[in-house]
Design a protein around this ligand. Structure first.
Ligand code: GAR
Length: 192
């Protein structure tokens, strides 16, 4: 039986697309559904184009005691993956799926995490502070933003001339190289 992955994404969805394709080339797991809080998220179009169910929900549906949680339970996920999901993840879902929700963050946590630190804001802060390295963190999700146990980190150097856009490209490269592999490890070994 293939393991079942559900992805949550708010935006562009390059990681979502990558993870879907990676597992479509295996017979060990599959992305069964992609959820978004934005009905026009590119992540949903990318998923549909790859023949994966893609659904959006409102904030009210997300927070309703039975709303999103019921939809999620019906899909029987072995792992829930946040790939650029920019809202705080609902507590009732975290409690129901203990140690089954992971997130990717575009920096080396605990640095550059927390509320408001997402996407481009992270890379802007990293460049402003003249960091010489940054990277990616994949971690379990708990009730605090970006504070769950770290599963995997990978570093990359920043050149003094790098702009936030340059850093974004480097970090995204790392994400695409590693995220699917780490998901596979978590599914089969519980950690990396
Ligand atoms: C990724 O870089 C991911 O690390 C980041 O959003 C981007 C989504 O890109 N997530 C966060 O900042 C979460 N705090 P994508 O939509 O192209 O996959």
């Amino acid at each position: 039986m293939k393991k079942r992955i559900v992805i949550f994404a708010s935006g562009n969805g390059t990681n979502t697309q990558n993870v879907i394709k990676y597992f479509q080339n295996t017979n060990v797991a599959e992305v069964v559904c992609v959820f978004s809080n934005k009905k026009d998220a590119k992540a949903l179009n990318r998923s549909k184009a790859l023949k994966v169910e893609a659904l959006s929900f409102s904030k009210a549906e997300m927070l309703a005691p039975k709303g999103l949680l019921s939809l999620l339970k019906e899909r029987k996920p072995d792992l829930i993956v946040l790939a650029g999901f920019l809202l705080k993840f609902p507590e009732n879902i975290i409690k129901t799926f203990q140690n089954k929700v992971i997130n990717i963050h575009p920096a080396l946590l605990p640095k550059y995490g927390g509320k408001g630190m997402y996407g481009h804001y992270v890379h802007q802060a990293v460049v402003k502070n003249k960091e010489t390295e940054t990277g990616i963190t994949i971690h379990y999700v708990n009730q605090q933003y970006d504070e769950g146990a770290i599963i995997f980190q990978k570093k990359i150097n920043i050149a003094p001339t790098d702009t936030p856009e340059d850093v974004a490209i480097k970090v995204q490269g790392l994400e695409h190289q590693w995220f699917s592999k780490v998901i596979e490890e978590v599914l089969f070994n519980g950690k990396m």
